[in-house]
Design a binder for this molecule. Sequence first.
Ligand SMILES: [Zn+2]
Length: 140
Amino acid sequence: MMTHKFVEFIPAKPEEGVLYISIEYKTATHLCACGCGERVITPISPVDWNMTFNGETVSLSPSIGNWRFACKSHYFIRNDKVEWAGSWGKDEINACQSAEIKNERAYMHKKTKDSLDNNNPKVEKKRNIADWFLGFFNNK
Ligand SMILES: [Zn+2]
């Protein structure tokens, strides 16, 4: 069982069995459900974890895969409950890590593209170069 707490700042010493959620910082944190004491940080974003709050309980998806910790625990947090999943095989870890990197890249690419589209520096730049060229030829 997990209890969730909506907080602004994640406490320096999180309690075991509590899922801290900071909407402000788009991050959730809890201590590894196996009891090893490792702190699990789950950023909430389209390519990281999605947090669902149904008014009473919180779920995180996808699963929490702590392959970086010695315990290598793997579980879901669904409706404030820890549901243990199978342990990680090496292939699964590799597949998951490369999928993560891929997602991250796609997301960053989209983000960069979005901000470019918003500011339109590309168009601006092109026009400047065009002006420069025109100026160059006009001067001749
Ligand atoms: Zn653990």
